[in-house]
Design a protein around this ligand. Structure first.
Ligand code: NAP
Length: 287
């Protein structure tokens, strides 16, 4: 029954606040006459969505006072060519962060490419060294989308400690690392996936539901516990080609206690956390 007020968690506003904080720190650094932080983004191929993401990251860098360089490579790029660009950026002491926009063109082993990035420049937090540090509770960088999700929950005043958290999706980019961060925050975490039996009965127990499966409007009201906080990570297209999330926003509004919209929820936070990681890498390099 739709009988409650639902808080819409404004990811755009929170992301703007975080970017503003990064920008102030960067402005203070250049006021001291020091070099600016620098991010290198490597993109290969013609994936249109990737091009939009890269443009957004470049714009965020400009707004924050972070220098950025984009290396654009063709769809026929070889692993050796990618290695050579990454090696060059690894050894450039003015480059603080290196990010390879995924997916890469077919035939290239993404794991091998990520392994080539120096862990101290791995601002996406995809390198196994950094992933391991997140799991052992000793992180250098935090994975961008998962860290953004934790910030959104805190911003909305949602208590994670002791809460039943259900993460649906177990990718290395979202599902697994967000589960690790929720656990670090003392949540009681369940990770569900495509083989989970009776998914509805699992998700409808959740105080915090993280939807990260990439299926438009999949999570209808029956999947959601009344009063739950729902974080919609999905970036999908509906029947009309409009951007939407994994959650049926209209269907669960008035049932859940809080929800992130798509667009304007998790997406802007991912970029804001990337800016934070780039500044962190800069501080590591500059001592
Ligand atoms: P992914 O690598 O495709 O993983 C999808 C996961 O969902 C898999 O673990 C899969 O289970 C599970 N799954 C698929 N269908 C399911 C179902 N019917 N029931 C239960 N589980 C199901 O996707 P991803 O990279 O994690 O991305 C997920 C979504 O988040 C996408 O829409 C993506 O665009 C979006 N995203 C957004 C941001 C952002 O910044 N907003 C960042 C990253 C991703 P199996 O493992 O069993 O196959």
């Amino acid at each position: 029954m739709k009988d409650r007020s639902t808080l819409i968690i404004d990811g755009k506003a929170l992301a703007a606040k975080i970017r503003g904080e990064v920008a102030s720190e960067c402005a203070a650094l250049s006021g001291e006459g020091r070099r600016r932080p620098k991010l290198c983004v490597i993109i290969a191929g013609d994936n249109q969505a990737s091009k939009v993401y890269v443009r957004n990251k470049r714009k965020a860098c400009e707004d924050c006072g972070i220098d950025s360089v984009t290396v654009e490579l063709g769809a026929d790029v070889t692993r050796e060519e990618l290695f050579s660009v990454i090696d060059k950026m690894n050894s450039d002491c003015e480059v603080d962060g290196i990010l390879v926009q995924l997916p890469l063109p077919g035939g290239i082993d993404e794991k091998e490419i990520i392994l080539r990035i120096s862990p101290d420049k791995d601002v996406d937090c995809f390198h196994p060294v950094n992933v391991g540090r997140v799991y052992t509770g000793d992180p250098v960088f935090l994975p961008c989308t998962p860290a953004g999700i934790i910030e959104l929950l805190k911003f909305a005043g949602v208590e994670i400690s002791g809460a039943k958290c259900v993460v649906v999706g177990r990718s290395n980019i979202v599902g697994k690392p967000v589960a690790a961060l929720l656990l670090s925050e003392n949540g009681t975490v369940t990770v569900a996936h495509s083989r989970t039996k009776d998914l509805k009965s699992v998700t409808s127990e959740a105080d915090i539901l993280i939807a990260a499966i990439g299926k438009a409007k999949f999570f209808t009201a029956e999947y959601v516990k009344p009063g739950a906080a729902v974080i919609d990570v999905g970036m999908d297209r509906d029947e009309e080609g409009k951007l939407c999330g994994d959650v049926d926003f209209d269907g669960v509004f008035g049932i859940c206690g809080a929800i992130t919209p798509v667009p304007g929820g998790v997406g802007p936070m991912t970029v804001a956390m990337l800016m934070k990681n780039t500044l962190k890498a800069y501080k590591l390099h500059e001592g």
